[in-house]
Structures are given as C-alpha cells and as structure tokens.
Design a protein around this ligand. Structure first.
Ligand code: HEC
Length: 284
C-alpha cells in the first residue's frame, strides 16, 4: 500500500510525547495534538464531548483526502494542462503554508473577498481552463470530489496555526461587518439566528454540546473545516457546513460562493482569531 499517512499522526504523537515543549512549535503537531492542547487549556465540555472521536482522530479518513489532494494539486490538468502550483491563495503563487488561516481575504486580481472554495474555483477556471460546468469544478461535495480533495490538502497546510483572516482591505472589513449582521439576524418561521444556538457556553440540543462563538478555543474547532463528518462518512467543507446551518434554522439555502456565504465565513473565521486551527478535523 503506497498510502503511508496513517503512520504520520502516530509518529507525530510519539514525537510529541518525547519532545514535550518542542511539540508546541506547531510543526510537529498532529490535528489530534492541537485539539488536546486546546482541551487542556479550557476544559471545554464542547471540545471534550466525544471521547470516541478523539480516539479515532489519528485515523481520520480525511487524511486520505489530504493525500489525494496533494497529488491532484501538483498534477497538470484541465484544457490548459497546467497544475495549480501557480495559484495564489494570498501569500504568493503556490504558497500553501499558512494560506488557509488567512482566508477569506481581499484579492486585487478579482477585486473580491474570496474564501478557499471561491479562490480554488477561480484558479481552476482561469489557470487550468475548466469551465464552471465541468465536474471537476461543479461537484463541490463528497470525499471523492476534486474540490474536497484540493480544499482538504490546502487547508491541512495550516494545521496548528492561529486563525488570522486578513482585514487590510476595506472590502474585507465590509464583508466581516456584513457577516456579523447575518450571524445575528433572526428570520424564518423559527425566528432563529446563528447566535440563538451559538451565543453561550454549554448550550445543548439533546446530547450535543454546541460551540460558543465567544470562545475562540471552542469556535476554532467549530470552524475547522474541511473535516470528516462521521455521520456522513465524507469529508465536508465550510460551505457545506454553512448550508447545513441555514437548513437547521429552516431558512432558505445559502448559495456556495455567494457574497453572503463569504461574509459569514469572514465573520466566523474572525471569531476564532488567534486560536489554533485543527486541520483536518473530525466531527460527529
Ligand atoms: C437551532 C440551533 C442552531 C442554529 C440556529 C445554528 N446552529 Fe450551528 N450548529 C447547531 C448544531 C446542533 C450543530 C451540530 C453539532 C454537531 O453536529 O455535533 C451545529 C454546528 C455548527 C458548526 C460546526 C460545529 C462543529 O462542531 O463542528 C458551526 C461552525 C455552526 N454550527 C455555525 C452556525 C452558523 C454560522 C449558524 C447561522 C447561519 C448556525 N450555526 C445556526 C445548532 C445550531
């Protein structure tokens, strides 16, 4: 079997045990170790609610998705037969390390604030020459989709780093403000807003403890997507999660890549600012 990733978290775990403080450099940490650090710091009910999940995290199937994404990213594809190595995710062409935790951000070439998914679509259509109807671009969901493979690989290059969405451009700040308004906006037959369920610590729906947007440590795990959703048996994206949130509120579905979706992602990322990302994460 050429897949060797399953050995990686184990090795990282062993190194973390041996090296103690050195493991906090970020470089050596596995997503599991990032979560365990957060748990030690906070004792959060939400973070610790699934012991079984924690036990499975070193074997997170999304680690395969990362591997598949790596191969795809570096392969020449599309009508232009070019890889994504020229794609600029904000830190320069092909620079992936730490790129995801700085998104969404403003891009001068498109004059738009973009999240990971929209930026990826931009590069696949402009650089590689795919049309937006090609399955490579159009299929957004499921571990087998190119989109999830690529997103999960790119995001994993920010594991353990503190969320730091870039607000240097006024447009980015405007999107953040719009996202805040959306987060608190009550609507629909249930008259819920996101804040109704995510504004306090230890709110529950049946047995599930919900993450509090006011706790960067809890919120960091909440927004750590792509993640493996055990209940779905698939790696899922931020945009997919967001859609689920609106469904949960019985409000109309948000369109992936719409300005509203990016505004909300700008706000939710900002609320985790400074807390370390867990990428890829594993959810119930
Ligand atoms: C009716 C209560 C409710 C509302 C309203 C709600 N959520 Fe949630 N949210 C949940 C539940 C329940 C989960 C899933 C928890 C689970 O699967 O363990 C969740 C999960 C999440 C997660 C992922 C958490 C994790 O553990 O990975 C995020 C992020 C999130 N919601 C954001 C939002 C946003 C943004 C909105 C508004 C657009 C919103 N939620 C509205 C109840 C709600």
């Amino acid at each position: 079997m050429k897949r060797v990733l399953h050995a990686l978290p184990l090795a990282a775990g062993a190194i973390a045990l041996c090296l103690g403080t050195l493991a906090h450099s970020g470089e050596l940490q596995s997503p599991t170790a990032v979560l365990q650090d957060l748990l030690e710091k906070t004792n959060s009910l939400y973070l610790g609610q699934s012991e079984q999940n924690l036990m499975m995290m070193d074997d997170n199937p999304s680690l395969w998705t990362v591997e598949d994404g790596e191969e795809l990213f570096h392969t020449a594809r599309g009508p232009n037969n070019i890889s994504l190595e020229e794609c600029d995710f904000g830190k320069g062409p092909g620079v992936l390390k730490g790129a995801y935790i700085e998104l969404p951000r403003y891009f001068a070439d498109t004059k738009k604030v973009m999240d990971l998914e929209t930026r990826l679509v931009h590069c696949m259509t402009t650089l590689q020459g795919f049309s937006s109807d090609d399955p490579e671009v159009k299929q957004r969901h499921g571990s087998d989709s190119d989109m999830m493979k690529l997103q999960t690989y790119i995001a994993a290059q920010s594991n353990g780093m503190p969320w730091d969405p870039q607000l240097d451009h006024p447009m980015a700040k405007a999107m953040l403000d719009a996202g805040e308004a959306l987060f608190f906006r009550r609507a629909g037959t249930l008259d819920f807003s996101c804040n109704t369920c995510h504004g306090d610590t230890d709110k529950r729906i049946r047995a599930s403890v919900l993450p509090n947007v006011n706790s960067p440590e809890e919120w960091s795990k909440a927004i750590s997507w792509p993640a493996f959703r055990v209940g779905h048996q698939h790696t899922r994206s931020s945009q997919h999660r967001l859609r689920g949130c609106y469904w949960q509120m019985r409000q109309p579905g948000v369109i992936a890549g719409s300005e509203a979706s990016i505004a909300l992602l700008a706000y939710w990322t900002d609320r985790a600012r400074g807390a370390p990302a867990i990428l890829p994460d594993m959810k119930r």
